[in-house]
Design a binder for this molecule. Structure first.
Ligand SMILES: [Zn+2]
Ligand SMILES: [Zn+2]
Length: 138
């Protein structure tokens, strides 16, 4: 899969971050990076328009490289090599902001059966569970 410089830069910013990032946080990170690389050296970054980041995010989500967390209006890189439209569950810690992505096979199977029964074609199957992570709950 070939990535354009902007798409690659957005994905790298998400991979480097330990917490989900908003589109403007990504934009700031890319612009800061562009400044570090010096003028002309980085095609991504440096005076990027927000729309360029949103377009890159749409592509990364469509291809399964990243997910959007609707409850946080934020984006996170996908650590799994699952199919783009497969069911995923996010455990979102409200204390530290950490996010764990799980792809639980039994849950995906159960939901898949339910969807088949309803003859429903899913486009997005993202379960967002908020609470306290193992480190923060104690
Ligand atoms: Zn994923
Ligand atoms: Zn936590």
């Amino acid at each position: 899969m070939r990535l354009t410089p902007i798409r690659r830069a957005v994905l790298e910013a998400l991979l480097e971050s330990h917490a989900p990032m908003g589109a403007y946080e990504i934009l700031d990170a890319l612009n800061a990076k562009g400044a570090q690389d010096g003028p002309g050296e980085s095609k991504a970054g440096r005076g990027l328009a927000p729309i360029a980041v949103y377009r890159a995010l749409d592509f990364l989500i469509e291809q399964g490289f990243a997910h959007k967390l609707e409850s946080r209006n934020a984006f996170t890189a996908c650590p799994h090599a699952h199919a783009p439209h497969e069911l995923v569950a996010f455990l979102i810690c409200e204390t530290c902001g950490g996010v764990d992505e799980l792809a639980p096979a039994p849950l995906a199977k159960a939901v898949g059966q339910m969807l088949a029964q309803e003859r429903f074609a899913p486009r997005r199957q993202v379960l967002e569970i908020t609470g306290a992570c193992a480190h923060c709950r104690d």
